[in-house]
Write a protein that binds this ligand. Structure first.
Ligand code: GLU
Length: 414
């Protein structure tokens, strides 16, 4: 099943409980606008025409908001699904945004820095007529980062003839970015993961964890878990995985990946470290599992063998709909992506607010505020799931859909 099919199932599970009628359901599920653009560029010196997308899903609660990803698997349906998830994520955290997502179908590993800069600038030029600081605010996602945001802000500023800092979030700190934005997504994944463990009676100092993905999300998830006293026994990325029953020193690993080839964990060495496969990592006997890589990692075949007690979804859509049914049936607590990884967009919101106010908050101000919003949100979702006797995912969708319906009713759209 595609990510779009999975998101439809998750949405429908909540819609059924809420008894939403068909017309409203269609208004909520279908995106407001789909933009597809042609981007001329080069790959490894050879001219190539790339496809770029921006999907504006819903803006009932505020400007469209969501990242831009660069990956060979990017295609329209995937972007539509991810844009929808952003609507539900922003509503759930109660940040004043709607949802959007975009991306380019390309393989950044085959491109030089200059080639990436050229397609990034060309992409934002194409999107400019349809986006804006109070219209649609993109950010980083898979394979995009502060450098790419910096090129895009510069391009947009040149076109507009005025500062376009609030047009994009996830910028480098020296160019209007917020302290804590880099760490935010992973820090949030770890924080709500630990909070859920506490709810089922496991203290961080007694807990073990496995983290899939060691990039922008997984790396900071592992780092914070380590800081909170959780024993991180396994990590992985596209180069492979490592296991150590006594726990991996994540500070050392972060130092290693800061300068390693492609920032990969490959080649890291420490006493007691053994290699493990992706499948082994996902099915390890740990308390907390954080899938922070790509979508569709935990299908029914994996879900049947998962031994973690809590899953905190760092990636968007790492558990398939039928995998989710198995996990729910088995009583495994799954903190859904729209809550677990919402620290990123929450701090994007703080960045945007700081840009408009021409001020900057400290790192601690940012992370403390994010933490309290996420922990409160987890508590609310937990309460709804107990009241409605449903999974945390369905509870999260119920809360966020309710808010979007309220806004759409107020404007007469439904
Ligand atoms: N790409 C991130 C996400 O999926 C962050 C989006 C943002 O900051 O706008 O939530």
């Amino acid at each position: 099943m595609s990510l779009l099919d999975n998101v439809k199932v998750f949405f429908d599970q909540a819609a059924k409980k809420m008894a939403i009628d068909d017309h409203v359901r269609q208004m909520l599920e279908e995106p407001d606008r789909i933009i597809e653009v042609k981007i001329p560029g080069t790959e490894n010196g050879k001219p190539k025409v790339f496809r770029g997308y921006r999907v504006q899903h819903n803006n009932a609660r505020g400007p469209y908001k969501g990242g831009l990803r660069y990956h060979p698997t990017v295609e329209m349906d995937e972007v539509v699904a991810l844009a929808g998830l952003m609507t539900w994520k922003c509503s759930l955290l109660n940040v004043p945004y709607g949802g959007g997502k975009g991306g380019i179908s390309c393989d950044p590993t085959k491109m030089t820095r200059q080639e990436l800069e050229a397609i990034s600038r060309a992409f934002i030029r194409q999107l400019m007529p349809n986006i804006g600081p109070t219209v649609d605010v993109p950010a980083p996602d898979v394979n995009t980062d502060g450098q790419i945001m910096a090129w895009m802000v510069d391009e947009a500023t040149q076109i507009a003839g005025e500062s376009m800092l609030p047009l994009l979030t996830g910028k480098p700190v020296s160019m209007g970015g917020s302290l804590g934005r880099t760490e935010s997504t992973g820090y949030g994944v770890a924080r709500v993961g630990v909070e859920a463990l506490k709810k089922i009676g496991i203290e961080p100092k007694d807990a073990t964890a496995a983290v899939q993905g060691f990039g922008k999300v997984g790396g900071w998830t592992a780092a914070r878990l380590y800081k909170m006293g959780v024993k991180v026994v396994a990590v992985s990325d596209i180069s492979g995985g490592y296991y150590c029953k006594d726990g991996i020193n994540i500070e050392d690993l972060m130092k290693y990946t800061a300068t390693s080839k492609g920032h990969l964990i490959e080649g890291f060495s420490a006493p007691g470290l053994t290699k493990i496969s992706n499948d082994e990592l996902l099915t390890l006997d740990v308390d907390l599992l954080c899938p922070c890589a790509m979508e569709n990692q935990i299908d029914p075949g994996v879900a049947k063998r998962v031994r973690a007690k809590v899953i905190s979804e760092g990636a968007n859509g790492p558990v398939t709909a039928d995998g989710d049914a198995v996990l729910t049936e088995r009583g495994i607590v799954v903190i859904p992506d729209i809550l677990a990884n919402a620290g990123g967009v929450t701090v994007s919101y703080f960045e945007w607010v700081q840009n408009f106010q021409h001020i900057s908050w400290t790192f601690d101000e940012v992370i403390n505020k994010m933490d309290s919003m996420m922990v409160n949100c987890l508590n609310d979702v937990w309460e709804v799931s107990q009241k409605e006797k449903c999974s945390l995912r369905t509870a999260a969708f119920i809360l966020s859909i309710t808010r979007v319906i309220e806004a759409m009713k107020l404007t007469g759209k439904i």
